[in-house]
Design a protein around this ligand. Structure first.
Ligand code: ZN
Length: 280
């Protein structure tokens, strides 16, 4: 008898029905009995009793997100331009800067790449000028190992010219390296989706390209991207289907510029789904 009494609180804690976060959930407390054993799915801070409640709430959340993403203004960059930083450090002459700027404006190629291509400065000089410009340290990618980092969809890595370079498990700190400028909004998005505290650093462009190639190869099968713009309803339906297929227990998401990044997490698998957000 004694052992049963001891076991009771445990059982009730396990089977106590959680409240579905869908305000319009039609499952009554009695009917939800069948769901007690089911894990349901978590989305950000809410828990949903089943796929229907999950999809309906998600569609509403995504509709609201779409509107706020459209209002987002590009980050104001109040920084000394890269060319001027190189000039002030004596790595570039005024004539060289003018030539590089003309070529940058005519071709749209990044100024740092133009300067390297013209041989006006070394990559080390450009990288350290970037670090001065943004006020973050340079991270040598040689010290990066694949077992102490986390996965971010390759599409986002390419768009932002960034890489997750170091993850400290104990402190949850994630170093994110940028080969161009730092986008602080993408760091906010990473913090929403991954259980980590991201902080920026600067990486050399050539090391970025080399490392990205191997990351792209490793990411195959772990992410899917939809290139056409989808409505919130369509996105919610697609996410639901993948969630059911992968036995996902949790879903997290964030708007990243023109994209919606969603991560589904099951007991064994993690999967990323990317959508293009509609901008008007
Ligand atoms: Zn429900």
């Amino acid at each position: 008898m004694k052992s049963l009494a001891l076991a009771l609180p445990k059982i009730s804690a396990l089977t106590w029905p959680r409240k579905c976060a869908n305000q319009h959930c039609r499952r009554s407390m009695i009917r939800s009995a069948g769901w007690w054993k089911a894990a349901g799915i978590r989305m950000q801070d809410g828990w949903f009793c089943g796929p229907d409640c999950f999809e309906n709430s998600l569609a509403r959340t995504l509709a609201a997100l779409n509107v706020s993403a459209r209002k987002q203004q590009p980050a104001y960059r109040n920084r000394v331009p890269l060319g001027l930083t190189l000039l002030s450090r004596g790595h570039l002459s005024e004539q060289q800067l003018k030539t590089a700027l003309d070529q940058h404006r005519a071709t749209g190629v990044r100024l740092g790449d133009v300067i390297l291509h013209l041989g006006f400065a070394t990559e080390e000089q450009v990288t350290s000028a970037l670090a001065v410009q943004w006020g973050h340290p340079v991270f040598p990618l040689r010290s990066m190992t694949s077992d102490n980092t986390v996965r971010i969809p390759t599409r986002l890595l390419e768009l932002n010219r960034m890489l997750p370079v170091y993850y400290a498990e104990a402190s949850k700190r994630l170093l994110v390296g940028f080969a161009d400028g730092v986008d602080y909004r993408i760091l906010d998005a990473i913090a929403q989706v991954l259980p980590c505290i991201p902080s920026p650093c600067i990486i050399a462009a050539s090391e970025y390209r080399r490392t990205l190639e191997s990351i792209v190869t490793q990411a195959r099968g772990k992410e899917v991207a939809f290139d056409r713009e989808s409505s919130p309803r369509e996105m919610a339906h697609i996410i639901r289907n993948y969630a059911v297929q992968t036995y996902a227990q949790e879903m997290r998401f964030a708007a990243c510029g023109d994209h919606l990044w969603t991560r589904l997490k099951g007991r064994r698998h993690e999967m990323d789904i990317l959508f293009r957000l509609a901008h008007e």
